[in-house]
Design a protein around this ligand. Structure first.
Ligand code: HEC
Ligand code: HEC
Ligand code: HEC
Ligand code: HEC
Ligand code: HEC
Length: 410
């Protein structure tokens, strides 16, 4: 479905222009007090981001383009890595079905993190027939696909067509493409990521906890300040941003041991001790993922018996009004999960712990509730909602199995 109104319905006041004169450099007027990284980031992540404006006269078509494919012509390793990352999928079915139920102001609130460039918001406004959509066609440096390409290179690196990046690494050539670049240590600072991974103190919360609190969790952890977000999520400057969706990254967060203790009278207790040794914030940081710990008794004859389940995560109801449980493990801390059970006299049994990860558990619950009321939703939203649910389910995986034998007395 396209609610396109030809894109030509211009209003008197146009919030979205292709060529608005951006005056980012005005920020230079602020002197002294805040340290440079703060000043840089306040300008770099101004809300909303102003349009890039016309490209400098000397730029080739390739240099002027905001499209990630264009950057990839000269920065192949970054492009190849970014393509496989979730940052390239921030405008997916999970966002799109919700847009169909929103007005433009609400949607722009989401785009701040999911499609931050003014040019992306303009394209999405044209697509949805929203107010102030600029006229078609977009200028040559704006690829018509840009609105759906997520957190593109230019969102992090390009302002007024100028490139910004970290101080040059070893092996960088002194090429003169796109008029060079401006280096800032802000790119290696965890505050760079906080713009989207940390809500402000007055942001939405439940039980006094911000929905997004990753930077604060990190700042309070033993990892800070030595290990930045980038050092774990962009090792060697790779643009991968692997997290809970990636089994190896999730495994690197954990130290996990399982033991069986005899309680007497044929009763036992299985205990899993889970330590967060590798995540520089709570494990997991958000309310969305859950880690399920299933305890199973495997008998000598091969029969199995489910003993119980524990869940690691922050469970909140789908209306986001009530905390159900919070069993996240803060950085460096550990948590015990126990299950009492009875065992056969014959012996030869063992306990197995099966660890499963559901990276999108909160959304799974929410999407199912909305699908149950599908008749009340626009058809376009329903098909995207089904796709979103399928993506969430496909992301689940078994992380590991750990076995423990009973104490020798058995
Ligand atoms: C025509 C080739 C070309 C294109 C297209 C291009 N770049 Fe570059 N870029 C270069 C060269 C050459 C350098 C010099 C430093 C180097 O070797 O990395 C550079 C440097 C950079 C740097 C600084 C690297 C550092 O060490 O901090 C960033 C960031 C950057 N480009 C981002 C982009 C982005 C984003 C795009 C697309 C919007 C883009 N570039 C498009 C060739 C290009
Ligand atoms: C979420 C923000 C973000 C996005 C999106 C992003 N980058 Fe980066 N990029 C960074 C950060 C942060 C660094 C510095 C990492 C560090 O130094 O640890 C960086 C570093 C770079 C460098 C310097 C690399 C080096 O080895 O010296 C280049 C070139 C670059 N990015 C190009 C790109 C291109 C091309 C894309 C799109 C395919 C892209 N970036 C997407 C945040 C981003
Ligand atoms: C402050 C930045 C920020 C804002 C604003 C924001 N998000 Fe997100 N969003 C994130 C981050 C970070 C994640 C990844 C972590 C997670 O799953 O919570 C995410 C994940 C998601 C996901 C799951 C991944 C996917 O692409 O399917 C959906 C759906 C989503 N957001 C929808 C929205 C909607 C709808 C809005 C507006 C009402 C919104 N977001 C506003 C930062 C933001
Ligand atoms: C010491 C390494 C380390 C540091 C530092 C670190 N992370 Fe992580 N991060 C991980 C590991 C490991 C995971 C996977 C396990 C998990 O989800 O907690 C992860 C997961 C994530 C996730 C996935 C969502 C979720 O609910 O867990 C996001 C988003 C994230 N990190 C963002 C950040 C940001 C932003 C920072 C800086 C403020 C940061 N990380 C600092 C290691 C680190
Ligand atoms: C402009 C907003 C924005 C910025 C800046 C940003 N992110 Fe993200 N990030 C997102 C959104 C939105 C998602 C959700 C992607 C999805 O699932 O669709 C995300 C996802 C992630 C994930 C995926 C975790 C997982 O497996 O679920 C990691 C890790 C992450 N970001 C780390 C970082 C780090 C490190 C930085 C700083 C270098 C950073 N991000 C900067 C918006 C941002």
């Amino acid at each position: 479905m396209s609610k396109r109104r030809g894109g030509r319905a211009r209003r008197a006041a146009l919030p979205l222009l292709w060529l608005a004169a951006a005056l980012l450099s005005a920020g230079c007027g602020q002197r002294g007090t805040p340290p440079p990284v703060d000043v840089f980031l306040a300008r770099h992540w101004a809300e909303p981001l102003p349009p890039q404006g016309p490209p400098p006269a000397g730029f080739s078509t390739l240099e002027a383009s905001l499209s990630p494919q264009a950057c990839g012509q000269c920065h192949a390793p970054q492009y190849e890595a970014w393509r496989t990352s979730l940052h390239s999928r921030t405008v997916g079915p999970g966002l799109l079905w919700q847009l169909a139920l929103m007005d433009q102001a609400q949607a722009n609130g989401c785009f701040r993190c999911h499609a931050p460039l003014a040019e992306q918001k303009a394209l999405l406004a044209i697509e949805h027939g929203w107010q102030g959509a600029p006229p078609l066609p977009p200028p040559g440096y704006v690829d018509p696909q840009l609105g759906h390409q997520g957190l593109v290179c230019a969102a992090c690196h390009v302002r007024e067509h100028r490139r910004f990046g970290p101080p040059a690494g070893p092996g960088a050539d002194s090429g003169v493409a796109h008029g060079g670049f401006t280096a800032s240590p802000a790119f290696q600072d965890s505050r760079f990521c906080a713009h989207c991974h940390q809500f402000p103190p007055n942001g939405p919360s439940v039980a006094g906890k911000l929905f997004e609190d990753t930077w604060n969790q990190w700042a309070a952890s033993p990892m800070a300040p030595g290990r930045s977000c980038q050092s774990c999520h962009m090792p060697d400057r790779q643009h991968l941003w692997r997290g809970i969706h990636d089994p190896d990254t999730t495994r690197s967060a954990l130290d996990l041991g399982v033991q069986v203790a005899a309680l007497g009278g044929g009763r036992y207790e299985a205990r899993a001790r889970v330590r967060n040794v590798g995540a520089g914030h709570h494990f997991p940081t958000y309310m969305v993922p859950k880690i399920e710990l299933d305890f199973v008794r495997r008998d000598a004859d091969g029969a199995t018996q489910a003993l119980g389940r524990h869940v690691i995560g922050w469970s909140v109801d789908t209306q986001l009004t009530r905390e159900i449980a919070d069993t996240r493990i803060s950085a460096g801390a550990s948590r015990d999960f126990t299950v009492p059970f009875a065992a056969p006299r014959s012996g030869g049994w063992k306990v197995e712990l099966v660890v499963r990860v559901k990276p999108g558990e909160h959304y799974e619950r929410m999407y199912r509730e909305y699908l149950a009321r599908a008749a009340e939703l626009p058809p376009q939203a329903v098909s995207q909602l089904r796709r979103a649910l399928a993506e969430v389910l496909a992301a689940e995986y078994e992380l590991m199995r750990v076995a423990a034998t009973p104490p020798i007395a058995n």
